[in-house]
Design a protein around this ligand. Structure first.
Ligand code: MG
Length: 379
């Protein structure tokens, strides 16, 4: 029951029109109370491999592709189903096979209470090392399930104000000037554009975009630059061109160079490939000025929340990003968006066969739906 329904029923009760079992039947959650509510059953996990079709060829500094493998998960409890997802861009090493193998080994039926989230996620984490996307698919489905059982959006259970969601960016990939023009037009509802750099036409890309729009930009080099002096020169030039931060300019192995750049750069330097999870955040806290958290790198919403808190304690900037994903995983990441400086949650817009409907972008910001769980609907 949501707040509006509760108020409606409260009015009925104040008016004295509902008594006894009538009221109880109408208000199964509130009349029986938290401690008394009857819940029964076991957690049942189901999963389906699925292939996302990309609208455009997706080109990074190091690769191109037209599909992304994902695995869609469902966790059912007490007649309620939570949805989750693992997305596996090939460069991260997980696949349909590895995620299916991991999920097949899980025995969630041993748990009779989905609210024991810490216990369940600890079991999932300790089953096997690695497999962050597979683990995220369980974590996301559990968060959706719990929100639905309580009847509240998960961001409300986190205590977050949806009005504080920051601007979210729309990605313009590496492409010809004609395609870039087209993509800038597509990005009309967005107030922050993300530009992929790291090839020999970086300045040309920025100039083409600047000839079309004066919106603020962020730039992601995906480890494409190899020389720190070039990186610093570009950082100054990009600042002049209205770029607000620079993501993973050099290979993650070049720690000293990335740290030097972070200390000299006029705009924040954000670690992405270098900072996948909590241990990598700890070992890179003096290397970058901020981090890009992705559920598929860190293992889900629970770990993402921990990373946000750790990064803030170190005084770092935080963005939350995504892979090419359905609206399920995107909506999961968006639940945390009021806590971060920037969102990069456009992965669902890059695919043509999204099986879910989720959040919208309004006025350049993620509009978190006032719906239980992750706020998604299966199409
Ligand atoms: Mg990145």
């Amino acid at each position: 029951m949501n707040k509006r329904e509760f108020l409606k029923y409260s009015t009925f009760l104040i008016g004295g029109t509902m008594i006894g079992t009538q009221a109880e039947a109408a208000m199964p959650f509130f009349t029986t109370g938290r401690g008394k509510r009857k819940r029964s059953g076991r957690l049942t996990l189901r999963f389906t491999p699925y292939t996302l079709q990309l609208k455009h060829v997706f080109t990074l500094a190091t690769s191109s592709r037209t599909t992304t493998p994902v695995v869609l998960t469902e966790i059912e409890y007490d007649g309620v189903t939570g949805y989750g997802e693992a997305s596996m861009p090939p460069y991260l090493g997980e696949s349909h096979e590895s995620v299916s193998a991991f999920l097949s080994r899980l025995d969630l039926a041993q748990f009779s209470d989905p609210f024991m989230l810490v216990d369940i996620l600890e079991y999932v984490e300790n089953l096997m090392p690695g497999n962050p996307a597979a683990k995220a698919s369980v974590d996301i489905a559990l968060h959706d399930l719990i929100g639905k059982l309580v009847g509240e959006p998960f961001y409300r259970l986190f205590g977050l104000n949806p009005a504080r969601a920051p601007l979210t960016s729309f990605t313009i990939g590496l492409d010809t000037p004609e395609v870039i023009r087209q993509k800038v037009l597509e990005a009309e509802p967005y107030k922050l554009l993300k530009v992929k750099l790291g090839r020999d036409n970086d300045r040309e890309m920025i100039e083409v975009i600047r000839s079309l729009t004066d919106k603020p930009l962020c730039a992601d080099v995906n480890q494409g630059w190899k020389d720190r002096n070039h990186a610093l020169e570009m950082a100054w030039w990009l600042k002049e061109k209205g770029v607000v931060f620079l993501e993973q300019p050099m290979p993650k192995e070049m720690k000293d160079d990335n740290a030097w750049l972070s200390s000299e750069s006029p705009i924040p330097i954000i670690g992405d490939e270098a900072v996948r999870n909590i241990p990598e955040l700890m070992s890179n806290r003096d290397v970058y000025s901020g981090i890009n958290i992705k559920l598929m790198k860190c293992g889900g919403m629970n770990n993402a929340m921990k990373m946000i808190n750790i990064a803030r304690a170190f005084g770092m900037k935080v963005m939350i990003g995504c892979m090419t994903e359905t609206s399920c995983a995107i909506s999961a990441a968006a639940q945390l968006s009021p806590l971060v400086d920037w969102c990069d949650l456009d992965g669902n817009l890059l695919i043509s066969n999204d099986p879910f409907m989720g959040l919208n972008v309004v006025d350049g910001k993620v509009a978190l739906p006032d719906k239980p769980g992750l706020g998604i609907t299966k199409i």
